[in-house]
Design a protein around this ligand. Structure first.
Ligand code: SF4
Ligand code: SF4
Length: 299
């Protein structure tokens, strides 16, 4: 059944599309400039790298400040076996601190184009009436994938995930018509249509696994008003990360969604019919009476 788009999801869609345009525009503009499609006489055409913003989702430059995705930086570090990649490490640290303080996996739901495609596949699957299981692979598997990717990069001396990454494939494909990573993207679409709901973003993406670990420090959290909850389960059905991360707050064992896996996507807030859920800043302590099952909510 088609779902109505809530306010937070609408804003998120706009941000997702803006991000896609932001990463594709500088090289496209430069290409048009070089092809003489801009008026500007015979003056020199600036290269994309000379602009205010340039780059990909793995590494970019904003007003001369280099930003690196933390997993790509770890891969480069492992592959080069040298601490001389200082700019990558500094850029990754900046990204890790900023995202970590907000909600690390907000990158997944607000910026990453693969999540946008995954949500499209999910909607198409629902319309077509194709039923697939919720969570066939544990969501912590993606942390293991991240560790394996870094170890393999060290072994072969090359940042391996960047070669097959579906994340870069979207904007490289749109701008350059490149096919690197396209195979991964096709495999993801097939798996999410036929095997398990959102299996890539929930359980397999190594960048998601890296942000899942950082997510424990996030200060933007979904909070619950236990008195207003009617236990309709609509939030769990809508959750982009894993319905299980809502278990503790719904059971009255916590006051926020504490898991580092929460993407701060707001789908649960939009879906709640009684406004029992809302975003709040800060991480209040877990209620003392809560079951000490840290394994449920740790990551
Ligand atoms: S708990 Fe809510 S905000 Fe967090 S990932 Fe699930 S739906 Fe999104
Ligand atoms: S959608 Fe709202 S009312 Fe329904 S179970 Fe979730 S928090 Fe409770």
């Amino acid at each position: 059944m088609a779902r109505t788009v809530g306010k937070i999801t609408l804003v998120r869609r706009i941000v997702q599309v803006c991000m896609l345009v932001l990463f594709c525009l500088p090289p496209l503009l430069a290409g048009w400039g070089l092809a003489g499609l801009f008026a500007g006489g015979d003056g020199e055409v600036a290269t994309p790298a000379e602009g205010v913003f340039f780059g990909s989702l793995s590494s970019s430059s904003v007003s001369g400040v280099t930003l690196f995705d933390p997993l790509a930086a770890l891969e480069v570090l492992a592959a080069s076996r040298s601490l001389l990649v200082a700019s990558a490490l500094a850029g990754a640290l900046l990204v890790a601190v900023v995202y970590g303080l907000v909600r690390a996996r907000a990158f997944c739901s607000w910026v990453c184009p693969v999540n946008l495609i995954g949500e499209g596949v999910d909607a198409a699957r629902r319309r077509l009436g194709i039923a697939v299981p919720e969570s066939t692979v544990p969501r912590r598997a993606k942390i293991g994938v991240a560790v394996a990717v870094v170890a393999l990069s060290a072994l072969v001396g090359f940042p391996v995930f960047e070669l097959v990454s579906p994340i870069g494939a979207v904007n490289k494909g749109l701008v350059f018509g490149g096919f690197a990573g396209l195979g991964t993207l096709v495999a993801i679409v097939i798996a999410e249509l036929l095997v398990s709901r959102r299996v890539w973003c929930r359980s397999l993406c190594p960048l998601g696994g890296t942000f899942q670990v950082l997510g424990r420090a996030g200060q933007v959290n979904v909070a619950i008003d236990h008195g207003a909850c009617i236990h309709c389960d609509k939030c769990r059905e809508a959750c982009l990360a894993d319905p299980a991360i809502l278990d503790a707050p719904l059971a009255g064992a916590d006051v926020i969604v504490r898991a580092g896996d929460c993407m701060a996507c707001g789908a649960c807030v939009d879906a709640c019919p009684t406004d029992a859920l809302r975003f709040r800043l800060g991480r209040p302590r877990k209620p003392a009476a809560a079951p000490a099952d840290e394994a449920l909510t740790a990551l």
